[in-house]
Write a protein that binds this ligand. Structure first.
Ligand SMILES: Cc1ncc(COP(=O)(O)O)c(C=O)c1O
Length: 370
């Protein structure tokens, strides 16, 4: 109930610190304004209306989504200028067509000539054009045409020339910043992604094609390099919550993390020098593979404790060194876990409990599915 302390919640529970969310969102907006680049925040981390409103400053415009479920959810709530930044799956062309015919600006992304053919086979009604971005791989090594591949330029030209299709932009996600440690390394990857993207934009210009450019990730946009001002847009998402992974990379400090999982001690195992908590992988996820010195999460205020392993509904906790003093950890004790990867942890929860300085202020319900 509103006004209750966090300790009133049944556990496990995902709790969101509203002030930190607002601060993280505001700082990214300011950073982008200073850089003179359009922020197009990604919604995949939280998938809620309330958090989207904070990230867009209430404009309800200019967002990225990773699923059609998100796209439809936001469209249903008055959002527009939505970029579905996922190489368009052929089974979803019809749904994308409906969104394109319904919104002022629904945008899709592709990285293969066959995908362009699929769009051409489904012309949009009322003289509308498919608004399409080209996905470029500038070193991330996931989706996208390789920036140096002749096929990238060929595909861009084909997109620009295709009837019923408008080439809106070039999208390069620098997820390779997740392998960085510290600001210098982050900025090296940000610089290289920016350089390669701008180099590709020059090639397009020489071919008589102009469109937008976008790069991003939470690490690169938390510590942008000056050349990013030459881009049209950036597209980070995780920054609104941050997490232990981001603090390890150097995007933020642990104090900035806005999302935690509350759990309670539910069992003592002195024969193993462990206790059990009611947070298993169904409330935290297995992301991070337990590789932190403190295991699967950081247990706030208890630096000597390690979340060693989890089954679906149980977690095993042991001391990093020494013997557990069970008198300090009676059954029912509430512990706070700082998640390794906020996107993965949030995805496990049907509701986020929102608080301001420890007092509950409401609940956010995310959309789910694909
Ligand atoms: C295509 C794409 N764009 C943007 C983002 C947002 O990046 P981040 O999660 O680092 O904020 C992601 C995240 O994985 C992504 O996959």
């Amino acid at each position: 109930m509103e006004g209750d302390p966090l300790s009133a919640l049944c556990t496990p529970a995902l709790v969101v610190d509203l002030k930190k969310v607002k601060k993280n969102a505001h700082e990214m907006i300011e950073r982008c304004q200073k850089l003179g680049v359009q922020l197009r925040p990604h919604m995949k981390t939280h998938k809620t209306l309330e958090c989207a409103d904070i990230m867009t400053g209430g404009s309800r415009r200019c967002i990225v989504v990773s699923t059609l479920a998100e796209a439809t959810f936001y469209a249903d709530h008055g959002y527009d200028d939505i970029l579905y930044a996922y190489s368009i799956p052929f089974d979803k062309v019809e749904k994308c067509a409906s969104l394109s015919e319904r919104l002022d600006l629904f945008q899709v992304l592709l990285d293969h000539p066959d995908a362009l053919e699929q769009l051409k086979k489904r012309p949009l009604r009322d003289g509308r054009q498919w608004n399409v971005w080209l996905k470029l791989d500038c070193g991330n090594g996931r989706a996208g045409v390789l920036h140096s591949d002749d096929g990238a330029l060929r595909l861009a030209k084909a997109m620009a020339e295709a009837r019923g299709v408008e080439l809106k932009g070039v999208y390069a996600h620098c997820g390779n910043t997740y392998g960085c440690r510290g600001v210098t390394e982050i900025q090296e990857v940000a610089q290289e992604t920016t350089r390669l993207t701008l180099q590709f934009m020059e090639k397009l210009k020489l071919a008589g094609i102009t469109c937008k450019s976008s790069i991003g990730s939470t690490p690169s946009c938390s510590h942008p390099v000056k050349d990013m001002e030459k881009l049209s847009e950036v597209h980070p998402g995780n920054y609104v919550f941050y997490d232990v992974q981001q603090s390890t990379i150097g995007s933020c400090t642990l104090k900035d993390v806005a999302v935690k999982v509350l759990t309670r001690i539910i069992g003592h195992s002195p024969h193993r020098n462990q206790f059990l908590v009611d947070c298993g992988w169904s409330a935290l996820s297995l992301d991070g593979a337990g590789k932190l010195p403190t295991g699967y999460a950081v247990i706030e205020g208890h630096p000597n404790l390690k979340l060693l392993s989890m089954t679906q509904e149980h977690g095993r906790v042991e001391p990093i060194s020494g013997q557990l003093d069970y008198d300090k950890y009676p059954l029912g004790t509430l512990l706070t876990l700082i998640p390794y990867h906020a996107c993965a942890t949030a995805a496990m929860h049907p509701i986020y409990h929102v608080h301001s300085e420890g007092s509950l202020v409401g609940g956010w319900t995310p959309t789910r599915g694909w």
